[in-house]
Design a protein. Sequence first.
Length: 131
Amino acid sequence: MTVPDVQPEKDNLTDDRRLFDRIQYEIEKRELFLLKDFDKEAFAKEMNISPHKMGKLFTVFAKKSMSDYLHDLRLSYALTLLHDYPNWTMDAVAEKCGMSLRTFHRLFTKKFSMTPQAYRENDIKNEKYRR
């Protein structure tokens, strides 16, 4: 009696991981997450995979949807902008992050449990104490 070889599944997982890492790299290196009109289907085609496969890769390896992943990158970038450019309007920050003001405000408040303005005011206050 022979034991079935399960290696192909492991190889597929490794290949999928490499593909996901490449997708992540491209999105972050080229700052594709900042594009307001980022076309996931066109990007999937560029990566030579189906949009469905790309979505599954995010679910498996990022443990979130591709949309949530992109939102998280945008919000992390927003934190940097809010700190580095205290005179920018919220509309300018949202636009630079590839979001409408309404979406930016909603997602930011949900993720950080405070509005972007409250975050900025708190950041400015803390900056004064660090000096």
